[in-house]
Design a protein around this ligand. Structure first.
Ligand SMILES: [Fe+2]
Length: 454
């Protein structure tokens, strides 16, 4: 029997007393047989799991057995509870006589903890656009938690001029087996698997997990809703989420809190989008109430899209309607909550940016009410962008860089520091990584440190 652990292992959704553990069995990950996703027969497979204090599994903490079912593409989601807060653990799986790689995970801090939180932010990893070397460097940092702000896969047909080909089924993903195969293709990358095995993840999605620039229920047709349901199911099957999709929906907005230091408010900017709002009414109400009442130092919006105003000089359109500039009313209500320690983590634009959030973006003298850090991309190619011209047109934006990479940060009760890490190239393996800028804030305004220009 071939090794069923070709897609690696993962953990995520940390709480002070527990985490989710994940794997998905795939003896032949690139099998394009719709009746045998991952090359697995249509029957349940028994999977054992173990969690220990050490990576040699001499100090076992929990273990169990469960069935990997064909209706969930032989994925398993293990909910482990009763653990100690702020603690590293190691886990592995056994199935069909094979042993999986070992993953390292970590619980969230105790609710009273003031310990600094080390986090990384990743996004936008189009497979054909390049190698995931940035993930190899991210994994080596072993952060407390990895935040993913979307475009984990691209549903599109194969990109022109690919650095590496998608292989079988390289057309646009529409049906369930096509999404499943796309995730399997992405997970064949060893650096992506290493990043999942290095730390627990808290992911949210953007559009390409389903379809380019989709909003809400799309055109409302049965065909689109079937496609969205298939995409949501495949997303669940390939991430260590706590909740399953139900009736074609998947509850994604949630918070993950680390002590009194970091309150990660994870948003869903796609599923509930309406003509007038990015988040829909229910999610907005949830967010505003948490922003107003959170007792935590840093209130962090985890979401894909550029939040600050970004006016692009030149021919129209100068503001991007798919982003928050297309939803200024809801953005204004979020900023008007006046949440102390407001931080936005975002991505989507395939270039790195940093800036301040203003009470009124059109008035540079208005109050600074938060900061934003925009991650570049792990591999996705950037559009042509005149960074200096955009910076000049938007005084609240202070930093632009056009290299691929990720963010690496630490939050403490005193300050928040974010380093922009960039790789030199993604068209071959093995790029080194460098810190191209580092920012620090104590809650109002952003100070740049050690920034090296190109
Ligand atoms: Fe993207």
């Amino acid at each position: 029997m071939a090794d069923p652990f070709t897609l690696g292992v993962a953990s995520g959704e940390p709480l002070p007393d527990g985490v989710m553990l994940w794997t998905r069995l795939a003896a032949d990950p690139l099998s394009d047989d719709p009746r045998r996703p991952g090359g697995m027969a249509q029957r349940a497979v028994e999977v054992r799991w173990q969690l220990a204090e050490d990576d040699r599994f001499t100090r076992g903490v929990r273990q169990g057995t469960l069935q990997a079912l064909p209706i969930w593409a032989h994925s398993v989601h293990v909910r482990v509870a009763g653990l100690a807060p702020g603690t590293d653990y190691f886990y592995r799986f056994m199935a069909n006589g094979a042993l999986s790689p070992v993953g390292r995970t970590r619980t969230a801090d105790d609710p009273a903890s003031t310990r600094p939180v080390r986090f990384a932010v990743a996004n936008c990893q189009r497979y054909e656009h390049g190698f995931y070397t940035a993930y190899r460097h991210l994994a080596a940092e072993r952060p407390d938690v990895v935040i993913h702000v979307g475009d984990y896969i691209y549903e599109s047909g194969e990109a022109a001029d690919p650095v590496r080909p998608l292989g079988p089924v390289s057309g646009q993903a529409i049906r369930l087996h096509e999404y499943r195969l796309r995730y399997a293709r992405y997970r064949t990358d060893p650096d992506l698997r290493a990043a999942h095995a290095a730390a627990p993840w808290v992911p949210t999605w953007d559009d390409h997990e389903v379809a380019d620039n989709y909003r809400g229920r799309g055109d409302g047709s049965q065909a689109f809703l079937r496609r969205r349901a298939a995409a949501y199911q495949a997303y669940y099957e390939n991430q260590p989420l706590r909740v399953r999709p139900r009736n074609g929906n998947l509850q994604m907005y949630r918070r993950r809190t680390y002590g009194v230091v970091a309150d990660f408010m994870v948003l869903d900017v796609r599923q509930y989008r309406t003509a007038g709002t990015m988040l829909g009414a229910g999610q907005e109400q949830w967010l505003l109430s948490r922003l107003r009442t959170s007792p935590v130092r840093w209130r962090v919006l985890v979401q894909p899209l550029f939040f600050a105003r970004r006016f692009v000089p030149g021919p129209a359109p100068n503001l991007r309607t798919d982003s928050w500039d297309g939803h200024p009313g809801q953005r204004a209500r979020i900023l008007a909550a006046n949440a102390p320690g407001l931080v936005v983590l975002s991505g989507d634009v395939h270039n790195a940016w940093a800036g301040e959030l203003k009470a009124d973006f059109l008035d540079p003298a208005s109050a600074t009410v938060g900061v934003e850090f925009v991650g570049s991309s792990i591999s996705s190619r950037p559009p042509r962008t005149d960074g200096p011209a955009v910076l000049a047109a938007n005084p609240h934006l202070t930093f632009f860089d056009d290299r691929r990479g990720y963010l690496s940060g630490v939050m403490s009760p005193e300050e928040l520091r974010v380093a922009y890490r960039a790789v030199d190239f993604v068209d071959e393996e093995g790029s080194p990584v460098r810190t191209v800028a580092e920012f620090v804030t104590m809650g109002s305004g952003l100070t740049s440190e050690n920034t090296s220009s190109k």
